[in-house]
Design a binder for this molecule. Structure first.
Ligand code: ADP
Length: 260
């Protein structure tokens, strides 16, 4: 009797182990599929600018008697595509460092209004597109202890997106700061056409693009924002029902703790 109950215990232990092995195996298969999908997306993103660079450099090399203005035009395309490649590689590298958790934070004391000022300057400087930014500066005077450069990077991405996707004729971005349940949140709401409900949950994924005609970047900006905010102990979410697109950045309630 004792022997048979021992056997039963052993057999259920074996089934548990077999189940765990099967689960681990399924997880490995899933990781491998994700890696394949990621690699194929990266190759696709790299191929497009590489193809232009190759084609236009061949024209420059092989065509006799090109007009100077055509030469300049082709060289500009090559230059812009090379810049796009560099940005893509920088973003991929940044994302992989953030995802690996190996990123070291540089905590400093600062103020939210100053971080927003700098982010607006760097997102809008040198841009030919106009953007009317509405702010209520008195609500932004909040002391922070955080990685201010990383937080600024999140703001820059959201401002640059608002500029890209807002109403082209009357481009407006409203930035507002609120206290939501004791947590400071910064809302970025533009007056573009927003993101359709069915796509709102996927825009933070890598290479997410809602509409191909509007595609400007590779779709890594929001994925980077999400990773940074997780590292800073806060988060970034989509705010539905705002008319245009709305993004909410929730700062960590305790920035010092978030960095540990
Ligand atoms: P991208 O470099 O393509 O802008 P992001 O990760 O920053 O990549 O954004 C992913 C996608 O989310 C964009 O391609 C765009 O379709 C959508 N999106 C982001 N911000 C906005 C916005 N303010 N208004 C409308 N769509 C947006």
């Amino acid at each position: 009797m004792e022997y048979s109950s021992q056997l039963e215990a052993k057999s259920s232990e074996l089934s548990r182990t077999a189940r765990k092995l099967q689960e681990a195996n399924e997880k490995l298969t899933q990781i491998s599929l994700q890696k394949d999908a990621f690699l194929s997306q990266v190759s696709h993103e790299l191929r497009t600018p590489m193809t232009s660079i190759r084609a236009f450099s061949e024209i420059l090399r092989d065509t006799d008697g090109l007009l100077p203005e055509d030469k300049t035009h082709y060289a500009t395309i090559i230059h812009d595509e090379a810049l796009r490649l560099t940005r893509l590689l920088d973003d991929l590298l940044d994302l992989s460092v953030l995802e690996s958790g190996q990123v070291s934070l540089n905590l400093r004391d600062g103020r939210l209004d100053a971080v927003l000022d700098r982010a607006l300057d760097s997102a809008l400087a040198g841009s030919t597109r106009k953007l009317l930014v509405k702010r209520q500066k008195s609500t932004e005077r909040i002391a922070l202890r955080s990685d201010l450069d990383r937080l600024g990077q999140v703001f820059i991405n959201l401002i640059a997106n608002a500029q890209k996707y807002c109403d082209a004729r009357h481009p407006i971005l409203t930035i507002s700061v609120h206290d939501v349940g004791g947590q400071v949140v910064v809302d970025f709401i533009d007056n573009g056409s927003g993101i359709p409900a069915e796509a709102q949950s996927m825009v933070f994924e890598k290479f997410a693009r809602v509409s191909s005609e509007k595609a400007g970047g590779a779709g890594l900006g929001l994925a980077i924002c999400r990773e940074i905010m997780q590292r800073l102990g806060g988060n970034v979410t989509y705010l539905a029902g705002q008319g245009g697109a709305g993004f909410r950045v929730s700062l960590a309630t305790n920035q010092e703790m978030a960095a540990e």
